[in-house]
Design a protein around this ligand. Structure first.
Ligand SMILES: CC/C=C\CCC/C=C/C(=O)SCCNC(=O)CCNC(=O)[C@H](O)C(C)(C)COP(=O)(O)OP(=O)(O)OC[C@H]1O[C@@H](n2cnc3c(N)ncnc32)[C@H](O)[C@@H]1OP(=O)(O)O
Length: 281
C-alpha cells in the first residue's frame, strides 16, 4: 500500500485582520513515498480565492517541497469544481493600505517560487481556473485538465490589466498571436479549447487520472540528470524571472496606482456584485 506523509497540517495562529479565513493551513503537501512526488493541494473554501493567507501558505509549501528533495510537484485543489477562482477580489476592492502591499508582494513571491521551481512541476486542474488560477497552472511545466471547466486570463473582462509577468507566463506556453489575442479579449477557454491551443497538455476524466498523468509527466525526468534538467529549465525561465526581480518595486507601485483608480474600484465593485447575485440565483 502506498504510504503518504502529510507535511503541512501545522496549525497557524489566527491574526485579527480582514479576510483571515482559517486557523489552520490553507494548503496541504502530501509526498508519495514510492514516487517521491509531492502533491500540493489548495484548500480555501469556497473557491480557493488567492488571498494573502493562501498565498503565504502556497509559498511555504513550495519551499517545503524544494527543501524535502521531492522529485516533483503537482498542484491541485480540494474543491471538486474549482481549481482556483484567481485573486481574491476582496483583497483589491476597497483595500487596506498595508495589506494590499503585502498581498501583491506575496503574489510576486509565489510566482517566482513556482515558475522558478527547481523541481518538475505539473498542475492537475480539477475545476475552473480563471485569472490568478490560470497563472498558477500556467507557471507549471505541464497541465492536465478535467472536462467541462474553463481556464484563462480574463483580466480585461474585469477592467484590469494582467501585468507583464502574467503575459510572460502565457507566452511560455502559447504562440504569441494566441497569447496576445486571448489576453486582449480576456478569453476563458473550455477544457477542449485549451487543449486545442496548447494551454493544457492533456484531458483526464477524473482527478485521480489527472494526478496520475501529472505523475507520468514528472516520471519522464526520472533518468535525466537532475542538475542538468533544473539548470536547463532555469535557462529557459531566467529572463522572465529576472525581469520581475529587477522590477518588483515598480510592479508593486504600478499595481497600487492602477487598483486605486476610482474607475477600477467601481468596476471591481460591480463585478463582485454580479458574482454575488449569480450565487444567490
Ligand atoms: C497593473 C495590474 C493590475 C491588476 C492586476 C490584477 C490581476 C488579477 C488577477 C485575478 O485573478 S482577478 C480575479 C478574477 N477571477 C474571476 O474573475 C473569477 C470570478 N469567479 C467566478 O467566475 C466563479 O465564482 C467561479 C470561480 C467560476 C466559481 O463559480 P461557482 O458558481 O462555483 O461559485 P460562485 O460564483 O457562486 O462563487 C461562490 C462565492 O465565491 C465568491 N467569489 C468567486 N470568485 C471570487 C474571487 N475571485 N474573489 C472573491 N470572491 C469570489 C462569489 O462572490 C461567491 O460569494 P458569495 O457566496 O458570498 O456570494
Amino acid at each position: 500500500m502506498m504510504r503518504t506523509k502529510l507535511l503541512s497540517l501545522v496549525p497557524r495562529a489566527t491574526v485579527a485582520c480582514r479576510h483571515m479565513s482559517s486557523a489552520t493551513k490553507l494548503t496541504t503537501v502530501e509526498v508519495n513515498d514510492k514516487t517521491g512526488i509531492a502533491t500540493l493541494t489548495m484548500n480555501r473554501p469556497p473557491v480557493n480565492g488567492l488571498n494573502l493567507e493562501l498565498l503565504r501558505d502556497l509559498q511555504q509549501s513550495i519551499e517545503e517541497i524544494e527543501g524535502n528533495k521531492s522529485c516533483g510537484l503537482i498542484l491541485t485543489s480540494s474543491n471538486p469544481t474549482i481549481f482556483s477562482a484567481g485573486l481574491d477580489i476582496l483583497e483589491m476592492y476597497k483595500p487596506d493600505k498595508e495589506r494590499i502591499r503585502a498581498f501583491w508582494t506575496q503574489l510576486q513571491d509565489v510566482w517566482l517560487a513556482l515558475y522558478g521551481s527547481s523541481v518538475p512541476t505539473a498542475a492537475a486542474i480539477n475545476g475552473h481556473s480563471p485569472a490568478g488560477g490560470c497563472l498558477l497552472a500556467a507557471s507549471c511545466e505541464y497541465r492536465v485538465m478535467l472536462p467541462k471547466f474553463t481556464i484563462g486570463l480574463n483580466e480585461t473582462q474585469l477592467g484590469i490589466v494582467a501585468p507583464q509577468w502574467f503575459m510572460s507566463t502565457y507566452l511560455s506556453i502559447l504562440p504569441r498571436r494566441e497569447a496576445e489575442r486571448s489576453l486582449n479579449q480576456g478569453r476563458m477557454f473550455t477544457t477542449e479549447e485549451a487543449l486545442r491551443v496548447g494551454l493544457v497538455d492533456e484531458i483526464a476524466s477524473s482527478k485521480e487520472e489527472a494526478l496520475a498523468k501529472c505523475a507520468d509527466f514528472i516520471a519522464t525526468f526520472a533518468k535525466v540528470n537532475p542538475l542538468a534538467r533544473s539548470l536547463t529549465k532555469q535557462q529557459f525561465r531566467s529572463a522572465d524571472l529576472q525581469q520581475l526581480e529587477n522590477e518588483r518595486v515598480q510592479d508593486l507601485e504600478k499595481f497600487l496606482f492602477f487598483i486605486n483608480q476610482p474607475a477600477v474600484q467601481k468596476g471591481l465593485g460591480i463585478y463582485l456584485e454580479s458574482l454575488k447575485k449569480k450565487s444567490k440565483n
